[in-house]
Each structure stands twice: as structure tokens, then as C-alpha cells.
Design a protein around this ligand. Structure first.
Ligand SMILES: [Zn+2]
Length: 106
């Protein structure tokens, strides 16, 4: 499913919720339209960027030579959550990884 399709699906769902859904269901759909940043889960070997809503891992960065796996989508392909960019955290993470590699090569 493309981002556009996911977006349109969510818009349609939202419209349906407005027509027939409960207040709770409606609120949930509205929440998913608000872009949220990924949850960043770090350990010594890797950093995972997870969906803030369902926890699906979208991107994994490994600290020992292996390049990143995956990418952060505009909308979660699992639950449809709109995802905001984590550019600041992302740059920080790359910066620290480069620093660490430099230090370990000395
Ligand atoms: Zn999700």
C-alpha cells in the first residue's frame, strides 16, 4: 500500500467514524492523523525507530558497519499512524555513530 493509499484509507475511515462510529473510535482515528515521532529504542548495538502507535519497527540502525535497514514512512503501513520526521534525533544518532567509529579506529 502506498502512503497516498494509506492516507486515503484513513480519511475514508475517519469519515465513516463520523457517520457511524463511537466517540472513542472517532477519537482514535483522529489521533492517527496527527503526526507523531517514532519511538527511538536504543541499545549498544542498534537503534530502532518504532511506530509511536503500534510499535512496529520501521528503521533499524546498527552501530557496527551494517547500514540502516528500512526507512521511516509518512504513515505506518501496519496501523496507519501518521509519523513525523525525527531528523534531529536521526542526525544526532549518525553523528554519535561516526564519532564512535573514529574513536575506535584510533
Ligand atoms: Zn503503526
Amino acid at each position: 500500500m502506498t502512503n497516498r493509499e494509506a492516507y486515503e484509507r484513513d480519511c475514508n475511515e475517519l469519515e465513516q467514524y463520523h457517520k457511524i462510529g463511537t466517540v472513542e473510535e472517532c477519537r482514535e482515528a483522529v489521533e492517527k492523523q496527527k503526526a507523531k515521532k517514532c519511538i527511538i529504542d536504543s541499545c549498544p548495538d542498534h537503534t530502532h525507530y518504532k511506530c509511536p502507535s503500534c510499535g512496529k519497527i520501521h528503521l533499524s540502525r546498527y552501530k557496527h558497519g551494517i547500514p540502516s535497514l528500512g526507512r521511516i514512512p509518512r504513515f505506518c503501513d501496519h496501523c496507519g499512524q501518521a509519523i513525523a520526521e525525527n531528523w534531529r534525533e536521526w542526525k544526532n544518532d549518525i553523528y554519535h555513530t561516526v564519532q564512535r567509529r573514529r574513536n575506535s579506529n584510533d
